[in-house]
Design a binder for this molecule. Structure first.
Ligand code: UTP
Length: 292
C-alpha cells in the first residue's frame, strides 16, 4: 500500500471555550512555552513522514499562514547578530517544515464540513486528520502509529484513549472489540452520548486516518439539528457499521488546547522538560507547591 503522505489540520473553529484569548489570536496559535500549538502538530506530522499538509482556516486566522511563511525583515535582522544564530535557525525552520497549503472554510459548519473543504487536496488516497487544538507529545508520533494501522488493515482508523466516565459525554463513545495489542475493531460510535448511551470509555482524541470514500459519507450526513454542524463522527460511524474502521489506543500524552485547563497543563508539563528553562522552572514549581 502507498505510504500516507497527506494530512489535514482543521483550524477553523470559533474557539469559544478559550475566549477572550481566542478573540483575535486563533486558539491554534496559543503557545506551549515557545511554540504555537499548531507547530507541534505540524512537527508531529513531519516526524511521521507526512509531506503535504492542508490547514483549514477561516477569516481572522491569517497569522497561521504568516507563522509558516518566511519573515524576511526579522530573519535579515537576526542574520546580522551571531549571538542570535539559534533563534534564527528556529525561526527559519518554521517555514521549511513541509509543503503547507491553506484553504478557508467559509462558514463554521462543523468538523465534517471542514474536512470536505479538503476534498480536492486529498484526491483518491488515504489521509490523516489532525485536530488543530489537540497537541499530542510522543516519542513515536501518534499520527504515524495510526498510519501503520491503516497500512496494515487497509481501513480507516481512529486514535482513542480511555477517558474518565464522567467526561465521556463531552467527547464520543465507541463500541469496540480487541483485534491485536492496542488495536480494536470499531462497530459503533455515538457523539456526545448521554450517560445512559455510553458504549465504552474509549473516545476519539485528536487523530484519525481515513479513506477517500469518507467524503461521500460526509456529504450524505445531515447536519445536527441542534447545532447545525456536520459531525465527522457521524460519517466515521457509517464506516464502523460497514466493518471498515479500527481504533488505536495510542501511546502519547494529549493536551486539549481548546480549553483553559488543557492549555495550562500543556505549558507546565512541556516547560518542565524544556532544554532552556526546564531546570529553573522545576525549582520554581517546587517552591510554589510548598506554598499551596
Ligand atoms: P472544536 O469543536 O473543538 O472547535 O473542533 P471549536 O468549534 O473551535 O470549539 P469551541 O466549542 O467553540 O470552543 C475541533 C477542531 O476542528 C476545527 C477546530 O478549529 C478544532 O481544531 N473546526 C471545528 C473547524 O475547522 N471547523 C469547524 O466548523 C469546527
Amino acid at each position: 500500500m502507498k505510504k500516507i503522505t497527506k494530512a489535514i489540520i482543521p483550524a477553523a473553529g470559533l474557539g469559544t471555550r478559550v475566549l477572550p484569548a481566542s478573540k483575535a489570536v486563533p486558539k491554534e496559535m496559543l503557545n506551549i512555552v515557545d511554540k504555537p500549538a499548531i507547530q507541534y502538530i505540524v512537527e508531529e506530522a513531519v516526524a511521521a513522514g507526512i509531506t503535504d499538509i492542508l490547514i483549514v482556516t477561516n477569516r481572522g486566522k491569517g497569522v497561521i499562514e504568516d507563522h509558516f511563511d518566511h519573515a524576511f525583515e526579522l530573519e535579515t535582522k537576526l542574520e546580522g547578530n551571531a549571538s542570535k544564530a539559534k533563534i534564527l535557525e528556529d525561526v527559519k525552520a518554521c517555514s521549511n517544515l513541509a509543503n503547507i497549503y491553506f484553504i478557508r472554510q467559509k462558514e463554521t459548519k462543523g468538523l465534517g464540513h471542514a474536512i470536505c473543504c479538503a476534498k480536492s487536496f486529498v484526491g483518491d488516497e488515504p489521509f490523516a486528520v489532525m485536530y488543530g487544538d489537540d497537541v499530542i507529545i510522543s516519542e513515536d508520533p501518534v499520527v504515524g502509529q495510526l498510519c501503520r494501522a491503516y497500512e496494515k488493515y487497509g481501513v480507516g482508523t481512529v486514535g482513542v484513549k480511555e477517558v474518565p466516565r464522567k467526561d465521556v459525554p463531552k467527547y464520543c463513545t465507541l463500541d469496540v472489540t480487541p483485534l491485536e495489542d492496542n488495536v480494536m475493531s470499531v462497530h459503533n460510535i455515538i457523539e456526545k452520548p448521554t450517560p445512559e448511551e455510553i458504549l465504552s470509555c474509549y473516545s476519539i482524541l485528536g487523530r484519525v486516518v481515513l479513506p477517500p470514500e469518507i467524503f461521500d459519507l460526509i456529504e450524505q450526513t445531515p447536519p445536527d439539528p441542534k447545532s447545525g454542524e456536520v459531525y465527522l463522527t457521524d460519517a466515521m460511524c457509517e464506516l464502523a457499521k460497514q466493518g471498515k474502521l479500527t481504533a488505536v489506543d495510542f501511546n502519547g500524552t494529549r493536551y486539549d488546547m481548546g480549553n483553559k485547563l488543557g492549555i495550562m497543563k500543556a505549558n507546565v508539563e512541556v516547560a518542565l522538560t524544556h532544554d532552556e528553562i526546564g531546570e529553573d522552572f522545576k525549582a520554581y514549581i517546587k517552591d510554589l507547591a510548598q506554598t499551596l
